[in-house]
Write a protein of this length. Structure first.
Length: 454
């Protein structure tokens, strides 16, 4: 009997769906179908590809509420977040569609002729999406890859396949050719590995843990296969003494509690200048305690459950009895609930201060001066995101240059916009997604010299 994936509602632990799990043979068949569809798609006029993608965006827009409710059921996201995620898919498709007609090369001055570059699609792109933001992160790769003339085979996470499957149905409804965008739910060691190792797949885009990202990179090396990897993070939130402390404290809770802390960009290391450390904690503590945790379908809810029992156990393992903790409230009973938690008095090299917990837990660490803040901020193998709070523009610019991270915000916690590039330093990954250059990551550059000499 074929293996099945059981999809649980994280808020209730009830099984909401069972989905067949793809085998290696299923992956092989899908890649072959994708290759055939891609050749015709790449030959189509850019304006025609753009038109189809805009229709896809319009169909997604008409189904935002349906997609959001699916996301609540399978991922436990708050309904407000889930609506934003569905809308982000729509916006990404629209934005990428605009790039299809602007994927231009260059004319390079040379002697004796004309030299031009052409940007050509790779072929079939394999996308392995995570469970923490199933819809938007899948679209981060899928939308620009399709716009650049590629086909996409998407493997969603085992726990969150429902929105991806529905998006594939909506793509066909919008007029995307059969086989061009396929979704194959399955287990990582089976379907994921088959996708990475398939010779018909030109590139892998993976979002997930650094550990798995390293394995994918090693497997792709045998075929010199391109990879884009968006991996872990342990991002700093640096609060200088001259900052607007009230604004910084008010913004801090959701900088690490959004999506229950299951966010690679979560600011889980709160670095506060020693002169204002006590005052900042006075402001932050009640804000943590007042976060509303509960039913994801309740419009007032700010934080829902964790994704699974395994993730709940992982988060618990970091909050040991010897640590001083400020805790918010969380429901009891069924569901993978964990309260908002702030840890103080933690050694800067403690596991909770240096490892990615991926849950609603942050540590607060004091620093002495600007140099000490930069030292602490960079004391991690990760470099995905971070925030700086200061009224000094010079300090903001100096610190932004000194912190080794791909996405920084000053007096804000905003990391992701679909029209600006996103990616990390160090073990947070390779490559960039989103922004005006997103399509070029799914192309080959071909150089052509045309002699004009008689």
């Amino acid at each position: 009997m074929p293996h099945e994936l059981h999809v649980l509602n994280p808020a209730t632990e009830e099984v909401v769906a069972t989905v067949p799990a793809a085998t290696a043979a299923d992956v092989d068949a899908a890649v072959l179908r994708a290759g055939a569809a891609q050749r015709a798609w790449a030959a189509a006029a850019p304006a025609d590809r753009a038109r189809v993608l805009r229709r896809f965006a319009a169909v997604v827009d008409a189904h935002v509420e349906e997609l959001a409710l699916l996301e609540v059921r399978e991922a436990g996201h708050t309904i407000g977040n889930a609506r934003w995620e569905a809308g982000n898919v729509r916006d990404l498709l629209d934005y990428a569609a605009g790039g299809a007609e602007r994927l231009i090369g260059r004319q390079i001055p040379v002697a004796g002729g004309l030299d031009i570059t052409l940007l050509e699609p790779l072929g079939v792109v394999g996308v392995i999406a995570p469970w923490n933001f199933p819809m938007p992160i899948a679209a981060w790769a899928t939308a620009p890859a399709l716009a650049a003339g590629n086909a996409v085979v998407l493997k969603p996470a085992e726990t969150t396949p429902l929105t991806a499957l529905r998006l594939a149905e909506l793509a066909l409804q919008a007029g995307l050719p059969e086989g061009l965008f396929q979704v194959l739910p399955g287990e990582g060691p089976v379907a994921g590995n088959a996708l990475v190792e398939h010779p018909g797949v030109a590139k892998i885009v993976f979002t997930g843990s650094t550990r798995v990202g390293k394995q994918i990179m090693a497997r792709a090396a045998d075929q010199v296969k391109r990879v884009t990897l968006e991996l872990g993070g342990k991002s700093p939130n640096i609060v200088f003494a001259d900052a607007d402390l009230e604004a910084a404290a008010a913004a801090t809770p959701m900088s690490f509690l959004d999506n229950s802390g299951q966010d690679c960009c979560a600011r889980t290391r709160i670095l506060v200048q020693r002169d204002v450390y006590d005052r900042f904690l006075e402001l932050l503590t009640p804000a943590i305690e007042e976060i509303v945790v509960g039913d994801p379908l309740d419009e007032r809810t700010q934080m829902g459950p964790l994704i699974s029992r395994a993730q709940l156990d992982r988060v618990r393992s970091y909050v040991t009895e010897d640590l001083t903790a400020v805790r918010g409230k969380a429901p009891e009973g069924p569901g993978f609930w964990y309260p908002p938690t702030l840890l103080t008095g933690v050694p800067e090299d403690a596991p909770c201060a240096v490892e990615e917990i991926f849950g609603p837990v942050a540590v607060v660490l004091p620093f002495d001066d600007e140099a000490d803040a930069i030292r602490l901020a960079n004391a991690t193998p990760y470099g995905l995101s971070g925030s700086l709070w200061t009224r000094d523009v010079g300090r903001a610019l100096r610190a932004s240059r000194a912190v080794r991270a791909g996405n920084l915000s000053v007096n804000s916690h905003s990391s992701v916009r679909y029209w600006t590039p996103f990616g990390g330093y160090g073990q947070s990954g390779l490559g960039r997604e989103l922004g005006p250059d997103a399509l070029t990551a799914f192309t080959e550059t071909k150089n052509v010299f045309i002699s004009t000499e008689a």
